[in-house]
Design a protein around this ligand. Structure first.
Ligand code: SAH
Length: 220
């Protein structure tokens, strides 16, 4: 399969499958259709880039499944839009290869994406260059501390799962904002957690089980 010319058609099929799984937000589906996922994986894996699977990106990390990326971003948006038709400022923890950051760059006004592994931070920078997304800002650091300079965020999304929601994320969330993150739940599993902030109220909802790489503290 030549991925140059016909990658648009393969992405159309991938978007149809994701829509069939219940993802309906046109902004999300449009962004998944736009971003060439095969450009974020090694050439040898490009042929699998439009299958609904996670793939290795080096340093024991993985690019998330496209259906999970779509699901999480749809939850992050929660139907919310600013006047420009997008969500406002967003923080991502776990840039990895930069794929989800690119998708977020198509749905949010500004994206601050943090990665703790320099090798992946550099790789994401390379991968994202041809997409020319001036609103996507890549940061090297420990995402557990968030990024206070970009706060408050309309949305925070994590691509790695920890034991508990770091307080910094809740503090940096705007009033009316949402956090979507995998977290450990009793029974040794991981589930998607939605946090909604309304004034002093912080509501937490536990959704379906997921399987993400671990959230780790510190730089490496
Ligand atoms: N969104 C990515 C998925 C990357 S996998 C993509 O589209 O490819 C999750 C990433 O989270 C890994 O690269 C891992 O190094 C990173 N990570 C784990 N703990 C982190 C932390 N505390 N701060 C920043 N990045 C972290």
């Amino acid at each position: 399969m030549g991925l140059g010319m016909d990658s648009q058609a393969v992405r159309t099929r991938m978007v149809q499958k994701i829509a069939a799984q219940g993802i309906a937000d046109p902004l999300v589906l449009g962004a998944i259709h736009t971003v060439q996922r095969h450009r974020f994986v090694d050439t040898a894996l490009a042929i699998q880039a439009y299958e609904d699977t996670s793939l290795p990106i080096g340093l024991e990390q993985t690019i998330s499944k496209p259906s999970v990326v779509a699901r999480m971003i749809e939850l992050l948006l929660g139907g919310r839009r600013e006047a420009n038709g997008r969500l406002g400022r967003v923080m991502e923890i776990g840039t990895g290869c930069g794929y989800q950051a690119a998708v977020l760059g198509c749905v949010a006004a500004e994206v601050y994406s943090i990665e703790r592994l320099r090798g992946l931070h550099d790789k994401a920078r390379e991968n994202l260059r041809p997409f020319r997304l001036p609103n996507v800002h890549l940061l090297l650091g420990d995402g557990m501390a968030g990024y206070a300079k970009g706060a408050p965020y309309a949305g925070i999304i994590a691509a790695a799962g920890g034991e508990a929601m770091p307080q910094a994320w809740i503090d940096q969330l705007a009033d009316g904002g949402r956090i979507i993150a995998p977290m450990h739940v009793p029974g040794g599993k991981q589930a998607l957690i939605v946090v909604e902030k309304a004034g002093v109220q912080v509501k937490q909802t536990v959704l379906e089980n997921v399987h993400f790489v671990p959230l780790k503290s510190g730089l490496a």
